[in-house]
Design a protein around this ligand. Structure first.
Ligand SMILES: [Zn+2]
Length: 293
């Protein structure tokens, strides 16, 4: 029990946030390039990019952490936080939107992020989320891609990818700095395919393949949860996801029920590394079974 509790607390968007003791959370940072940092706290990992005039934040965790996040940014730069990008709508990535906007930041996200945050949602079907107030909704939305020019020689590319974790998933890529934030398409545990938010296993596999084309061996990859990763980590994750997808597809096509598929040990060789308490093997198989084509 003890060994499973920590990863659970680190990963969990689904925990009841009201019961958390935010005072215990420390927001730390790690430089990834001259103008780029990753920030860790509780919830989804954040990216911080510095342009010639402004600071840009990717994801903002939970509202009660906003002061700590802003303090961590102040440790790095005195440039004003001008824009906040959300990689998707989940509350552990976009929960700090309203307080960040109150500080003057403009919220940017894919159309579907705004759409989902504007209406009642079921994250993973078991947790109801009420519509967010207007103050927490993106003011600038995009349909496929958007480029933000940070300074004379650096840019930030927002790329909407196939429905996979949710239907609003966005990769945030910094080609000059060779850094990418993949949101929850890539995490340190088994992937969460949020079917209720439009998630889809086939989309996840194609998105991971696309990311493998973008990155090289020097790319620093910010995962939605977990430490900064490399292309080799991404390759291993893709192989795991793709193999499980193919096995479930085969079993489902041959007429096996979900219950039968869950008894086949299809994930056995990865359980020790990836079954870290949030998405266990049975839950992963359920989502793959439901969405595989
Ligand atoms: Zn998420």
């Amino acid at each position: 029990m003890k060994t499973r509790l920590l990863p659970l607390l680190l990963m969990l968007p689904l925990l009841v946030t009201a019961q958390r003791d935010w005072s215990q959370v420390e927001v730390t940072s790690e430089p990834l390039a001259d103008n780029l940092y990753v920030l860790f706290g509780a919830g989804g990992n954040m990216g911080l990019a510095l342009g010639d005039q402004y600071a840009y934040l990717i994801d903002d965790q939970f509202a009660p952490l906003s002061d700590k996040i802003l303090a961590a940014i102040r440790q790095i730069t005195d440039k004003p936080l001008k824009y906040v990008v959300n990689t998707h709508w989940h509350g552990d990535h976009a929960g700090g939107n309203a307080p960040m906007a109150a500080q003057g930041a403009v919220l940017i996200a894919h159309d579907n992020v705004r759409k989902r945050m504007s209406s009642v949602q079921w994250e993973g079907t078991d947790r109801e989320t009420q519509p967010a107030p207007f103050a927490a909704l993106s003011r600038i939305t995009f349909n496929e891609k958007m480029t933000v020019h940070l300074d004379a020689s650096n840019s930030m590319h927002l790329m909407h990818v196939n429905p996979s974790h949710t239907d609003g998933d966005t990769y945030v890529y910094f080609p000059e700095a060779n850094v990418i934030h993949m949101g929850d398409n890539f995490i340190s545990g088994y992937p969460f395919i949020d079917i209720a938010s439009g998630g889809d296993i086939d989309g996840l596999v194609s998105n991971l393949n696309m990311a493998l084309f973008i990155v090289d061996d020097q790319t620093r990859i910010i995962r939605g949860h977990g430490q900064v990763a490399t292309r080799a980590d991404l390759l291993a994750f893709r192989d795991m996801v793709d193999t499980i997808r193919m096995r479930v597809h085969q079993a489902k096509s041959s007429g096996k029920s979900l219950e039968e598929v869950q008894q086949m040990g299809l994930t056995a060789e990865w359980d020790q590394q990836y079954d870290n308490g949030f998405i266990n093997a049975q839950r992963l198989l359920e989502a793959v079974y439901a969405s595989v084509d």
